[in-house]
Design a protein around this ligand. Structure first.
Ligand code: PHE
Length: 350
């Protein structure tokens, strides 16, 4: 008889302390304690040996043990999450409470796209010089993308930029440069104008390590009285120093754009070899970074500005190109592949 009392007590302790790993722990518990051949059934059958005066007391104890086992079984079932999902969960179903003392799950911090980092840097440099940011539509009409910029229909210079046209309307296209935004600003007629136009542009080019069918530009425009080429040079010189550092040299080469006269392309001394010659600068010591020039009087007139009173300069650069130079990235396609291993390497500081 004493033996049964001891067994009930031992079982009670075992039930309270029961812990097992894994998905099947509730079931393991049930079979062991509550199953047809389980501990409680076997203790029940021992009741027949209990003396009549003790039967009531023992029966009560056994009943309590059974209730305890059932309660424990229900708890185990509720918290019976698949292995691996039990840890780090602030929500415990057991008592339906949230344990606010548990550490939260930190969300991984994203990083800016390198193109955005460099665009923001370019914009902030020009903002310090008093340039405001202007934006315009990516689907443009012929006038703003070409004609107003001194590229009338059938002008051979239109071939310089392979254009995606909108099939619905032959007058519409994806803008090939953000010079279209400059036209829109000049047409507003509020002078002087000092703007930069960052944005995405599209050209029908075969995708390769050096070319893509879309890329990003920052173009700049300054129109006022007596703006000279010296102003242009000084502005761009300041930009290069802020962007790449004091040691970098600049040079201008004569060039051609229909919307500027005179026109130039600007090179910077190679950042990799410092001008000694390497594969990045194709052993010339210089890399081209932008096109620029004095706004063609015809463009001013097309936009309703008196070209006898006002003059202006304009420039345009590709953000991808600057970014590739800055971070020594060799393949343009990396920018649009969304490969996190690539994107994670850039911090906001340039
Ligand atoms: N719009 C020219 C381009 O996309 C760049 C440029 C802008 C050149 C302004 C001169 C002046 O290639």
């Amino acid at each position: 008889m004493n033996n049964l009392l001891e067994q009930i007590q031992r079982s009670k302790e075992q039930i309270e302390k029961f812990s097992a790993e894994g998905e099947n722990r509730a079931e393991t518990f049930r079979i062991h304690f509550l199953g047809a051949k389980g501990v409680i059934k076997s203790l029940m059958s021992d009741m027949k040996n209990v003396s009549p005066e003790k039967k009531r007391e023992m029966g009560q104890l056994l009943n309590d043990l059974k209730l305890l086992a059932e309660k424990k079984y229900n708890e185990l079932k509720e918290t019976n999450l698949p292995t691996g999902q039990t840890g780090g969960n602030a929500y415990t179903k057991k008592d339906n409470l949230i344990d606010i003392t548990l550490p939260g799950e930190a969300l991984p911090l994203g990083s800016r796209h390198p193109i955005s980092i460099v665009r923001n840097k370019i914009v902030s440099i020009f903002q310090r010089l008093g340039f405001a940011v202007a934006e315009g539509p990516e689907i443009e009409d012929d006038w703003h993308n070409f004609t107003a910029l001194n590229l009338p229909e059938n002008h051979p210079a239109r071939d310089m930029q392979d254009t995606f046209y909108v099939s619905q309307n032959p007058d519409w296209m994806l803008r090939t440069h953000t010079s279209s935004v400059q036209v829109r600003e000049m047409e507003k007629g509020k002078l002087p104008i000092r703007i930069i136009c960052p944005g995405r542009v599209y050209r029908n080019e075969t995708i390769s390590a050096r070319a893509h069918c879309f890329f990003h530009q920052v173009e700049g425009l300054y129109v006022a009285e007596e703006v000279s080429f010296a102003d242009l040079k000084q502005t761009l010189y300041f930009f290069v120093q802020e962007m790449f550092g004091d040691a970098v040299k600049i040079r201008f080469r004569p060039s051609y754009f229909p919307f500027t006269e005179p026109s130039a392309e600007m090179d910077i001394s190679c950042l990799i070899c410092g001008g000694a010659g390497c594969s990045v600068c194709k052993h010339t010591g210089w890399v081209e970074i932008l096109g620029c020039g004095m706004v063609h009087p015809k463009v001013l007139e097309n936009c309703g500005i008196d070209s006898n009173k006002y003059s202006g300069f304009a420039f345009g650069m590709g953000i991808e190109r600057i970014t590739m130079l800055k971070y020594q990235i060799k393949d343009l396609r990396l920018f649009s592949e969304n490969d996190l291993r690539f994107l994670k390497q850039f911090t906001s500081a340039v």
